[in-house]
Design a protein around this ligand. Sequence first.
Ligand code: IMP
Length: 424
Amino acid sequence: MPVRIVIGAQWGDEGKGKVVDILSKDADYVVRYQGGANAGHTLKFDDTTIVLHLIPSGMFNGNSKCVIGNGVVIDPISLVDELEEVKSLGVNLENRLFISSAAHVILPYHKVLDKVKEKSRGSDAIGTTGRGIGPAYVSKVSRVGIRMCDLLQKNLLEEKITKNLNDINEALVNVYGVEPIDAGSMMAELEPAIDIVKPYISNTTKIMHEALQKGESVLLEGAQGSLLDVDHGTYPYVTSSSPTAGGACTGTGIPPMAITHAMGITKAYCTRVGNGPFPTELHDEDGEKLRKNGQEFGATTGRPRRCGWLDLVALNYAIRLSGMNELTLTKLDVLDDFDEIKICTGYELDGKTTDVFPIETEKVSRVKPVYKTFEGWKTSTQNISSFDDLPVKTQEYIRFIEEFTGVTFNIISTGPKRDETIIR
Ligand code: IMP
């Protein structure tokens, strides 16, 4: 049975939530493997719009079980808000949601650290979501992290938190000049959330292994995007986890050889939130139009997204990083009223043309995109659900990307709703 990873092929916000929601009807398990509540996966169906930050986007398909894997960092307080919201929409979570006991916890001190560190970076700020993601992963790799299983032993938890706060408060007071955090009041804030989250904490690695053994289908839901990967993205302007395929294995305990499909999700153009290089970024009317047509504002932070043309150098890099053997094209309809549409097919760097995405972030910020220009199709593609019904110019645009990347679009999204989709 398929074990499919859904991976953002750009800088996040590619529309993964909708794709996972559609694919989850055939999945026994839908699993988040990295990131945390920095993600915002928007789902639209019937008259409902919901933004999920931690709960997998398969939750609205009654048949799939959902797992928050060990690679995710979890803020129990924001998770409780999300659980309540999902339950209020009539979704049953019992025996359907499993949270890894090995996942690390985002504590209030991580969120404070995220904010004070960003402020102290000044003009070098990363532009984080302020959700404590980076500091929580720092605790994890420094081996002082609190895991979900620790929430089940209150005395031990308090002991660990108090110990951690010794160092953290020293930094907060002496380095960043802010108030220290009190362990007692932090525990008091956490306890009601722990009581609600407790029943879902499980050995999800074992659940995954049993699912594989039974031949059940698993859908692994990536957050953020390949170019925000801590190893392969535009470092240091990245998130602190691995959205690429490797992260799906370490973040769940599923072995690499079990993965059968890696589906990359790309918009028909590019966006980025936060700082860092973005070769095809537009600072003109076309950029404004993409933002307006695509309603490009962050689902988690509300920040306006930076917009630009589709970048095939970056897309090919993302495809190779994860071995993507399927693609989904989203937000095609956003291009409907453009006279001309551009696609970046190469970079000019130091007088030479290259098709390689540079490792050095400084070089990524200096490259000049080489564009191929397409005539716009100037007609609505919204709601179209068959490839053959797309305007010929749109089909040509899509086929060009497929030929350039060597990967086919299995799904093309022509609007935010479930049924505004072409499945090929
Ligand atoms: P962090 O993940 O909050 O530490 O933020 C690091 C960088 O990743 C910033 O540029 C954020 O804007 C970006 N980022 C984090 N999560 C998302 C996401 O879900 N979509 C798009 N960008 C994100």
